[in-house]
Design a protein around this ligand. Structure first.
Ligand code: SF4
Length: 359
């Protein structure tokens, strides 16, 4: 086996590697727990392994990417890191702390909810007009190791604060369901009781609306939550805002309805509010009619300005009016509490970039 990326290996792959190194296969599970339970990524630090195996692994394993340019928002709620990948691509990952009892200026408590927002692609092909990632276009898929190293990194920050990573959302750079096999493998790994150990009910996959993959997700991971970024109830406006995926709002909502009925889980519809584009009360009523009867909630996200994207943030009045119109039609609707805008870590602001390498 050539030099492997340790984080890309599943337990069978790790067992094969350990056997190839002439070690008893039970060692594979020890390595697995070191990585996914303890977050030990350097084989030399896996203290329960014999020294010979640690050295063999260190020689055969590519080191995982290390975060650079870490920034934390002024209020301490949000930390963003840039991860340079082996080929020079860069992706961003974000840890968001929700601490309902925090006082201004106080430390985030160990019991706060901590959510990591994972990127799944370098760039994105979906072309959403209000999104900094979409403005870059698609560059490549991330591997399962490149997705999961972000979760390990965020968990290490959480643990350094005396807390724990409590939730994972696939809402960073890229369209997760356009990298389905990798996301599916990452979901397995995250919810492995002998590994990362997170309940699938604390994991959410967000999609711009790929009906076939939404159905696969319901089959393969029925306990994982689904969030659907709709942004418009009407087909022509939706095509303007999210130009690439071919499915219409009717088809996307039908797949979301099916997901909720098959899994028994509540779907979240995400709706970025753009001033003068999709923020009228009439559009709110059309949205309520479109999703009527689905067990769901709507998250309203006032547009976050960013370089390379056009759009205006709606007024507070328009935002609350839109929410009110939904509530009047019996739809549960929240305005997302925004975190990390000052470090460009809020929804739609993630950019990453490509490092240029000479030679
Ligand atoms: S909003 Fe999501 S799906 Fe749309 S371009 Fe940005 S990253 Fe891609």
């Amino acid at each position: 086996m050539a030099e492997a990326d340790l984080l890309d290996l599943d337990l069978d792959g790790l067992t094969a590697l350990v056997a190839e190194l002439g070690q008893p296969t039970f060692r594979a599970r020890q390595v697995w727990r070191q990585i996914w339970q303890r977050g030990t990524l350097d084989p030399q630090e896996m203290s329960d392994l014999p020294r010979a195996l640690r050295e063999q692994l260190a020689e055969r394993i590519a080191p995982p990417p290390a975060a650079t340019a870490t920034q934390t928002s002024e209020d301490g709620s949000t930390t963003k890191a840039l991860l340079p990948l082996a080929d020079g691509e860069m992706v961003e990952t974000v840890l968001i702390r929700h601490d309902p009892h925090a006082q201004a200026g106080s430390r985030v408590s160990p019991t706060a909810r901590r959510t990591v927002c994972l990127s799944t692609q370098a760039g994105c092909a979906m072309g959403c007009t209000f999104c900094a990632t979409g403005a870059q276009g698609f560059r490549r898929q991330l591997s399962v190791g490149e997705v999961l190293v972000q979760a390990l990194l965020a968990r290490s920050w959480a643990r350094a604060e005396g807390g724990e990573l409590t939730h994972v959302v696939f809402m960073g750079m890229g369209e997760p369901l356009a990298n389905y096999e990798v996301v599916s493998a990452a979901l397995e790994r995250l919810s492995d009781a002998d590994g990362f150990g997170l309940s699938p009910r604390r994991i959410t996959v967000s999609t711009v609306g790929l009906p076939a993959q939404m159905r696969c997700l319901a089959d393969d991971h029925p306990q994982v939550n689904l969030a659907v970024s709709l942004h418009a109830a009407e087909a022509s406006l939706r095509r303007e805002l999210v130009p690439v995926p071919p499915a219409t709002p009717a088809e996307i909502v039908a797949a979301a309805r099916e997901h909720s009925e098959r899994t028994g889980r509540r779907v979240t519809f995400e709706y970025v509010l753009l001033a003068g584009v999709n923020d009228s009360r009439a559009q709110a009523r059309a949205l309520a009619d479109r999703i009527a009867g689905i067990r769901c909630q709507v998250n309203l996200i006032p547009f976050n300005p960013s370089a390379d994207v056009v759009g205006r943030r709606p007024s507070r009045r328009a935002t609350l009016g839109f929410q009110q119109a939904l509530v009047e039609r019996g739809v549960a609707a929240n305005v997302r509490v925004e975190k990390g805008r000052d470090i460009a870590a809020a929804c739609g602001q993630l950019r990453g970039d490509r490092v240029r390498r000479d030679g």
